[in-house]
Structures are given as structure tokens and as C-alpha cells.
Ligand binder design. Structure first.
Ligand code: HEM
Length: 206
């Protein structure tokens, strides 16, 4: 049920933005509006994806891990739409303009690096790849942390002086990265185990 709700919400957002574009409600530069919001959408989904493992450690509920793959794929889908918006609205559909645009938009290279990190993650997010790659799958998927750092750097380069939103995303991203360090990861598991054991103790000693 939760998985369906996430799917419908993630699908509804860009459709709603398209509707706003259709009724000319996206301001003077709808292309840039869509480009920026799709970029932010990709980053938000990336942060949500990364929060699934800590949530699973804390609560012990299997639903978080079941959601992780879908959220990761939505990150990739939003990133694809973001890149598509860049090609359509900034390059006017003409890929040969990329070389002339690059000197004035060097942050595009960092975005492209982040995107090329997302690609193998999305392609290997199926059970077959998990089974075939074995331990290497986990190692490959650690790439997600580098993607996060690159995406935050890409955004910082774009927003430069307007740092409020960037600081929020970076703060959340920093906490999530910290939670994956062995020390804090172990502490989360112990915390959850302690919380699960407590009601049993009460039941044993009425
Ligand atoms: C080939 C890959 C990419 C290209 C060409 C690209 C290009 C761009 C461009 C042109 C902008 C807008 C600059 C402006 O407002 O003047 C932008 C902004 C942004 N991009 Fe990317 N990007 C790429 C990958 C990514 C990825 C993978 C992510 C996240 C996972 C991302 C997240 C963002 C964010 C958060 C912004 C800032 C939006 C804002 O202004 O609020 N981008 N990108």
C-alpha cells in the first residue's frame, strides 16, 4: 500500500508541473523552472533513498528496505527528466551546443559525473544483478555516497549565493552519511534492539 502511494505521489508531481506549464503558471521562464525543480526532485529522492537504511536499522520494519529500490529508481527518473529538460530548454535540443555552453556552465560537468554514477546503480538495481554481483553489488552501490556529494556540489555551484535550501539538503545529507559510519550504524542497531527488548521485560515482570 505504502509502495503504491509512493509510486503515485512520485508520478503525480511531474505531471502536476506539466499541467502548470500547460496553463502557463510557471512564471516567465517555464523551462528553467522545470529544470530546477526536476533537479531538486532528483536530490530529494536521493536523500529519501539514503534514509531508508537508517530507518530500517532504527525501527526494524522491512517496509523501508522494500521502498529503497523504488525511491532509487525515482531518483534516476527525475535525474533523466532533469537532463532531458537541460537538452530541451538550454540546448534547444541541439547537442552540438553543449561545447559552447560548457564554459559558461562548468557545473554541468559535475552534474554529468553525478548522473553517470546514478546510471550503473539504476541498471543494477534488480534481483538478477544482486544475485550475479554478490558482494560486489554492495561495493558498487556505495557509489551512491559519491553521487550525493557530487549532486550537492553541482547544486552549490548553481545556487552560489542563495544557500538556504542547499544548506538544508547538505545538512540532511551529512547526517545520513554520518549514520552509515560503522560506529553510528552499530549504535543505531543497539538502540533499536534495546527498544524492542524493553516491552518484553515489562511483560516478564508485571
Ligand atoms: C548530465 C547531468 C546534468 C546536467 C546537464 C545538469 C544541468 C543542470 C542545470 C543546467 C541546472 C540549472 C542551472 C541554472 O539554474 O542556471 C541544474 C541545476 C540543478 N541540478 Fe543538475 N544537471 C545534471 C545532473 C544532476 C543530478 C544527477 C542531480 C541530482 C541528483 C542534479 C541536481 C540539480 C539541482 C539540485 C539543481 C539546482 C536547482 C535549483 O536551482 O534549485 N543535477 N542542473
Amino acid at each position: 500500500m505504502l509502495r503504491l502511494a509512493v509510486f503515485l505521489a512520485a508520478l503525480a508531481v511531474p505531471l502536476y508541473w506539466l499541467y502548470l506549464a500547460w496553463i502557463v503558471a510557471l512564471g516567465p521562464d517555464p523551462g528553467k523552472w522545470l529544470l530546477d525543480h526536476l533537479g531538486q526532485g532528483a536530490l530529494v529522492f536521493l536523500l529519501l533513498t539514503l534514509s531508508m537504511t537508517p530507518l530500517s536499522r532504527l525501527t526494524g520494519w522491512p517496509i523501508w528496505m522494500a521502498l529503497r529500490r523504488q525511491l532509487g529508481l525515482w531518483t534516476f527518473a527525475y535525474a533523466c527528466l532533469h537532463v532531458g529538460a537541460f537538452v530541451l530548454f538550454i540546448l534547444d535540443g541541439d547537442l552540438s551546443r553543449l561545447l559552447t555552453e560548457l564554459p559558461s556552465r562548468p557545473y554541468v560537468l559535475v552534474g554529468a559525473l553525478a548522473f553517470s554514477g546514478l546510471l550503473p546503480l539504476a541498471l543494477s538495481s534488480n534481483r538478477w544483478s544482486m544475485r550475479t554481483l554478490g558482494k560486489r553489488w554492495k561495493r558498487l552501490h556505495r557509489l551512491v555516497y559519491l553521487v550525493l556529494v557530487l549532486a550537492l556540489l553541482h547544486m552549490l555551484w548553481v545556487v552560489r549565493s542563495d544557500l538556504q535550501q542547499w544548506a538544508l539538503y547538505s545538512g540532511i545529507g551529512g547526517c545520513l552519511l554520518l549514520m552509515r559510519t560503522p560506529l553510528i550504524d552499530r549504535w543505531l542497531v543497539q538502540l533499536a534492539a534495546g527498544r524492542r527488548a524493553r516491552p518484553r521485560k515489562v511483560a516478564n515482570n508485571p
